[in-house]
Design a protein around this ligand. Structure first.
Ligand code: C5P
Length: 249
């Protein structure tokens, strides 16, 4: 039974994702130069609509790379995982909104006040999705215990996601393994963006807990983030289309 989320700003995005599987695919541009990013974007062509700019590319190239992607008609998922005092996060979110990003991340552990400040700052750009990172998948229960957080990882994920949604976030970033628990505990009306996805038959790389695109969708993910299987493919567009086919099925 989903818990009540009284302060939640309604998110209708899931129903508006429609039948185009490209609405659900995010290609991670984990490279160090704008030129390398542009090569990937050109190679993927119209097989993807949304690109993730994370801390590597953003630190190397700054906001111009985001600006250029947006100007070329792509959507940007800015994954900088903001976590600071509410005023500072609100300022950063406002700048990201001005850049024209479509999705961005904050750490749910920044607390309800910080999340609410982020969500309010994002309102200058209607449709901008504020996504909360719950527990990084690199952490286990032992790591959490060491920093004073008792209980299972899953309990922490659900607790933090509940805070995120109650403060207006449109969704969370979570592994497929957590996605099914989040759907059964918190319902269907929020985005779950899932990394660690590998099409059947490709290299796992350094990802440990991996799922296929179809498994991610079946577990309740609304979006998948895929990096190297597409960006390092001999034919990135063909690989992206293969993944879209798996999502559709
Ligand atoms: O290349 P690959 O498909 O592994 O890239 C996955 C992307 O998702 C990377 O940008 C990585 O930073 C991100 N990510 C992840 N696992 C998490 C959170 C984010 O792989 N738990």
């Amino acid at each position: 039974m989903p818990v009540a989320l009284p302060n939640r700003i309604p998110y209708s995005g899931l129903t508006s994702l429609g039948g185009d599987p490209r609405q659900r695919l995010i290609v991670a541009l984990d490279v160090s130069t704008a030129a390398a990013a542009q090569r990937i974007v050109a190679a993927v062509g119209d097989s993807a609509l949304t690109y993730k700019v994370g801390m590597q590319l953003y630190t190397a190239e700054g906001p111009q790379v985001v600006h250029d992607l947006v100007a070329s008609g792509r959507r940007v998922f800015l994954d900088l995982k903001y976590h600071d005092i509410p005023n500072t996060v609100a300022g950063a979110v406002a700048e990201a909104a001005n850049l024209g990003v479509s999705m961005l991340t904050v750490h749910a552990a920044g607390s309800g006040k910080m999340l609410r400040a982020a969500v309010e700052a994002a309102q200058v750009r209607p449709g901008l999705m504020v996504l909360a990172v719950t527990v990084l998948t690199s952490l286990d229960a032992y790591d959490l215990d060491k920093i004073g957080i008792r209980g299972s990882v899953e309990d922490s994920v659900v607790r933090l996601a509940t805070i995120a949604l109650a403060n207006g976030c449109q969704g969370v970033v979570a592994s497929a393994r957590e996605a099914s628990t989040l759907r059964s505990e918190l319902g269907g009306n929020f985005a779950i963006v899932t990394p660690g996805v590998r099409p059947a038959g490709t290299s796992a790389g350094d990802q440990v807990r991996i799922v296929t695109p179809a498994e991610a969708m079946a577990s309740g993910a609304s979006h998948i983030v895929v990096g190297r299987p597409i960006t390092e493919a001999a034919d990135p567009a063909a690989e992206a289309r293969a993944i879209l086919g798996q999502i559709s099925r």
